[in-house]
Design a protein around this ligand. Structure first.
Ligand code: SER
Length: 312
């Protein structure tokens, strides 16, 4: 029999595509999608769905028992920009959901966990270019603090209780199937929608703010890959640095102009500028490459071509 998988936060930007990819691989009925609200029609029609609050341990346990779940992907979280507005809600959601899943694994009710971390674990004192796996981490955002604490807890549960939890520090993720919600890197998705609709975009970051980014196909590939990797190869149980490309708003707009020559961008930085300024510009992911063979496929040019083609 195929293993059963539960995805929490299945209706979000990553969760939606992860659900499709896991269903394709393991069978629709084996992958239980869940979220606090229903997702888009394609997702809802693609297989089993449960309304589930990631902070409710008993409700998650019921679903885990009912479907005999072995693996959980915890994609529910409040992202950086929204978390600055609701610090306590962000902390409660991001931490309690993680403890719920780590404790289910500690109790041996599930056997494997995926939990996403982020470039937000780094802070203003971190080296910004080619940020190493192990370096100064003093996050200055609510979201970053929750992700860094989460990494420490993942590592602790692995060391003390043998919990098989695996994690990746995602850069900003670019995708066309489901919109991101409440992140600082969201501009790199919005810009494609606006380029096609209005041929102009007002960016909430400055033109020279360089951030690490990744096309969703690469993020899904990395997620499935790290979950399939043999235990012995995984040397890092906090979270792996992961990289694909880095660019500024000016550079992404240039890449759009190659397809839409009269596209225009202007800049009105808001509170998200400070968040972006505290994050790295580029990431050194040699450990992920060495330990489990990670390599990205999509650069900026290819990402722009895919985004414009699919959003049209
Ligand atoms: N993309 C996320 C955000 O901007 C970072 O993990 O919040």
């Amino acid at each position: 029999m195929q293993k059963s998988i539960l995805i929490l936060g299945a209706c979000g930007q990553i969760g939606t595509e992860l659900t499709f990819a896991l269903r394709e691989k393991y069978g629709s009925e084996q992958v239980i999608a869940s979220d606090i609200r229903e997702g888009n029609e394609n997702l809802m029609n693609s297989g089993p769905f449960e309304l589930l609050d990631a902070t409710n341990y008993d409700a998650i346990e019921d679903v885990v028992m009912h479907y005999e779940i072995e693996e959980v992907y915890l994609m529910a979280a409040m992202l950086s920009a929204t978390a600055e507005k609701f610090p306590m809600r962000a902390w409660n959601l991001n931490m309690n959901s993680l403890f719920n899943i780590l404790n289910l694994a500690k109790e041996k009710k599930i056997s494997k966990v995926f939990w996403p971390s982020s470039i937000a674990v780094f802070g203003p004192n971190t080296p910004t270019e080619n940020t190493p796996q192990h370096t100064i981490m003093e996050p200055s955002t609510v979201y970053g603090i929750s992700k860094q604490s989460g990494e420490r807890w993942c590592s602790y549960y692995f060391e003390k209780y043998g919990v098989d939890v695996r994690s990746i520090r995602y850069p900003g993720l670019i995708s066309y199937k489901t919109l991101p919600g409440g992140g600082t890197t969201d501009y790199a998705v919005e810009i494609y929608h606006k380029a096609l609709a209005d041929k102009k975009y007002t960016c909430f970051l400055k033109e020279d703010t360089k951030l690490p980014m990744m096309f969703m196909d690469d993020a899904i590939k990395a997620t499935m890959h790290i979950m399939e990797t043999e235990v012995a190869s995984l040397k890092i149980r906090s979270s792996y640095n992961l990289a694909a490309m880095s660019f500024t708003p000016a550079e992404i707009s240039k890449s759009i102009q190659e397809h839409i020559p009269d596209f225009e961008i202007d800049y009105q930085p808001d509170f998200r500028q400070a968040i972006a300024d505290s994050w790295p510009s580029s990431i050194d992911d040699t450990k992920a490459n060495k330990d489990w063979g990670w390599k990205a496929n999509f650069d900026l040019g290819r990402t722009t071509a895919e985004m414009l083609k699919n959003l049209k």
